[in-house]
Design a protein around this ligand. Structure first.
Ligand SMILES: Nc1ncnc2c1ncn2[C@@H]1O[C@H](COP(=O)(O)OP(=O)(O)OP(=O)(O)O)[C@@H](O)[C@H]1O
Ligand SMILES: CC(C)(CO)[C@@H](O)C(=O)NCCC(=O)O
Length: 318
């Protein structure tokens, strides 16, 4: 893999900050969290400490608020120049990273924090899982063991969806994927109407070309105003994947509708073996081949340590 950029080279396109430096940036400019908000955020993930929210995610939401506000101002001056009122378009944030690195948790935290600002209260969250082909199609194509790889997504459909959003279409809808049944839910749609900000989360959002296929004219990331890559050491991500799999045995896997019902009664050792096999055969290969190479396309790289705490942040110079 050729990596043109590094977040650590002397002339890197990124400004690197450790957690303390980041936390010190905007203490006065972010509103403190109320008790009610703290308990709502802990509902997203009980293991997230309030210190982590205050030091990392609150300043991040302030930065994103400044960027969104600047983009809204730009929209106004463009209208002024054009002598007409064009329809409002949402600010779109892409969020990439490996399977199990914590994209959806991070996205939900940012969603909750961003919706506190009066100029962009309606923050919607969309995962690209809904744009996976249904299992029936993956089976027909013989790529059921490639779920999450570029060829397993209907990327054209995702691009049409984002193009509508960025054209100011007031209501759009996307297909819905269920992790429980491990498939697209037929007939179900996620409706998004008049959003101020949309966070689009998925392993594929910064990808530019499908394996060996022609490079398309438009990429998913063309519709992003800002993008974040959630990063961590591979050993840590692997452990989080295994831990999540083990936890799911006593929760989701117990559900009679669960695709992984057969794994609900595995011992710790057996569960580790099964999860390791899925990780090594599918998600690890995908990480190396298709996800990691997109890291340096992001505007912000969030690097997490062993316990999910963010240790350093790399912000693209503007
Ligand atoms: N900031 C965090 N603090 C504590 N635990 C976290 C944090 N972020 C994620 N986790 C835990 O790590 C695991 C993976 O997180 P999550 O499901 O958000 O990952 P993901 O990247 O969205 O995965 P996938 O691509 O499979 O949907 C989960 O068990 C989650 O509870
Ligand atoms: C749906 C994806 C691709 C991404 O969220 C992932 O969670 C997944 O299902 N990967 C396939 C292998 C596995 O079951 O972990």
């Amino acid at each position: 893999m050729i990596s043109y950029y590094s977040a650590h080279k002397p002339y890197s396109p990124y400004i690197t900050l450790n957690k303390q430096e980041w936390a010190a940036l905007s203490p006065g400019s972010v509103q403190p969290l109320s008790e009610q908000e703290i308990s709502r955020l802990q509902g997203i993930n009980e293991n997230i400490s309030i210190d982590e929210v205050s030091s990392v995610y609150l300043p991040l939401s302030r930065l994103l608020n400044l960027y969104t506000t600047a983009s809204q101002d730009l929209h106004s001056v463009t209208n002024l120049f054009l002598h007409k009122k064009t329809s409002k378009v949402p600010y779109i944030i892409g969020m990439a990273g490996s399977v199990a690195v914590g994209k959806s948790t991070t996205a939900r935290l940012i969603q909750a924090l961003l919706s506190r600002w009066p100029n962009h209260p309606k923050v919607e969250l969309l995962t690209t899982d809904g744009f996976l082909y249904p299992n029936r199609v993956l089976e027909e194509k013989g790529i059921m063991n490639r779920k999450g790889f570029p060829e397993s997504y209907d990327t054209s459909k995702l691009i049409r969806f984002l193009a509508d959003l960025k054209s100011g279409v007031s209501e759009v809808s996307a297909p819905v994927y269920s992790h429980l049944v491990y498939d697209i839910v037929e007939g179900e749609r996620q409706v998004i109407s008049n959003p101020d900000i949309v966070i689009v989360e998925g392993i594929n959002v910064l990808q530019v070309a499908n394996d060996g296929r022609e490079i398309p004219e438009v990429f998913v990331s063309d519709f992003f105003d800002f993008s974040i890559y959630v990063d961590a050491k591979e050993d840590d991500i692997f452990n989080w994947y295994i831990e999540r799999f083990k936890t799911l045995r006593s929760t989701a896997f117990k559900d009679p509708d669960s695709y992984f019902r057969k794994y609900a009664d595995l011992s710790d050792e057996e569960a580790e073996r099964v999860a390791e096999k899925i990780w090594k055969e599918i998600n690890e290969v995908n990480l190396h081949r298709n996800i990691l190479p997109t890291k340096h396309r992001a505007d912000l790289i969030l690097h997490k340590g062993k316990n999910h705490g963010v240790e350093s942040l790399h912000l693209r110079k503007k």
